[in-house]
Structures are given as C-alpha cells and as structure tokens.
Design a protein around this ligand. Sequence first.
Ligand SMILES: Nc1nc2c(ncn2[C@@H]2O[C@H](COP(=O)(O)OP(=O)(O)O)[C@@H](OP(=O)(O)OP(=O)(O)O)[C@H]2O)c(=O)[nH]1
Ligand SMILES: [Mn+2]
Length: 177
Amino acid sequence: MTSARFMKCLQYAAQQHRNQRRKDPQETPYINHPINVSTILATEAGIDDEAVLMAALLHDVVEDTDATFADLEQLFGDDITGLVREVTDDKSLEKMERKRLQIVNAPKASRRAKLIKLADKLDNLRDLQVNTPTGWTEERREAYFVWAQRVVDGLRGTNAALEEQLDQIFRQRQLLD
Ligand SMILES: Nc1nc2c(ncn2[C@@H]2O[C@H](COP(=O)(O)OP(=O)(O)O)[C@@H](OP(=O)(O)OP(=O)(O)O)[C@H]2O)c(=O)[nH]1
Ligand SMILES: [Mn+2]
C-alpha cells in the first residue's frame, strides 16, 4: 500500500527537479534518476524501508536544487533528512575535492546511506554504459568508471545484489582483476 507521505515525497522531488535534465543526449528529465535509484532499492536490493526509498527520491534535491535541509526536516522529518545529508556533496567545494571526499567518506556512511549511494552509482553507471554525457570525452567517461569503483569499494558489505550488479559493470570495463 503506497503511503500518502511517499507520494508527497515523489511529488516534491519531481517539483524540485522539474526544470532539470540529465546530461545524456536524450536530455532525460532529471527526476527519472532519483526514481530509478529508489526503484533499484525496492526491486533489486529488496529494500522495503520507506524512509530509505523516500531519501533515495530526495538524494539529489539539496545538492542540485534550491531545497534546503531545513525544508526537508519540516516536510519529511529528521530521519529522512539525515539520510539525504549523508549522501549530499558540499557543492561549495572544488570538484576534485568533492570527488576525493566521496571516496574518503564512503566507508563512514550508515548502512542505509550506503544503500542509497550504491543504487545511485549503479544507475549512473548503467546510463554511462549506453550513453556518453554531452560534452564528455571518452577519457572522462572511463575516468568516471574508475572513480566510481573506488567509491563503491568503500561501500561494500552492504547489499550483495547491488554489489554484484556493480561488479558486472566493472568486469565488463576490465576494471576487476
Ligand atoms: N552518468 C550520468 N551522470 C549524470 C547524467 N546527468 C547528470 N549526471 C550527474 O553527473 C555527475 C557526474 O558528472 P561529473 O561532472 O563527474 O560530476 P558533477 O556533475 O557533480 O560535477 C553524476 O553525479 P556524481 O556526483 O558523479 O554522483 P552522485 O553524487 O550523483 O552519486 C551524475 O549524477 C547523465 O546523463 N549520466
Ligand atoms: Mn544521484
């Protein structure tokens, strides 16, 4: 039974991302990504914890829209806001530092936040297997797979199904010995 608060969360995420597009050539509506991440958790990782599925829908709203953590606390409460906080990069930092911190902080995340990060990377990498984001060179695309594997290495031991899906992708890219 889909709860009213889950639908409110989906509606809010769609509203916040309404003018955004992903970087793929088809310019997919951004909201498809958070929906994919939440759906991966529900259908492939066997997650039925609604707070995790809602935080997955919201995982990019503070990082990529004008939403604040105060908004999320008021709308969805501290637990969900805490999960979003754990998966939100500090956009005020220089990009290389942001990427470095994702690797450094991955092992420190809570189990539930690690689930969201694993599903987030899985959706990004599945897309990257079939699309090159507009303006990316082949080198940048390859570098993304290498970097993503380093982030995923800090998230292991969390969900076998997601980690196997990710390893299939890394194997295909000859990134696994
Ligand atoms: N694969 C893919 N990524 C896209 C697309 N559109 C937007 N993105 C986002 O772009 C980011 C990767 O691009 P970068 O240039 O490396 O990172 P940046 O946008 O944060 O500067 C990913 O976030 P990230 O910071 O790397 O990961 P996360 O923090 O969202 O997990 C991903 O969510 C797309 O069409 N395909
Ligand atoms: Mn994301």
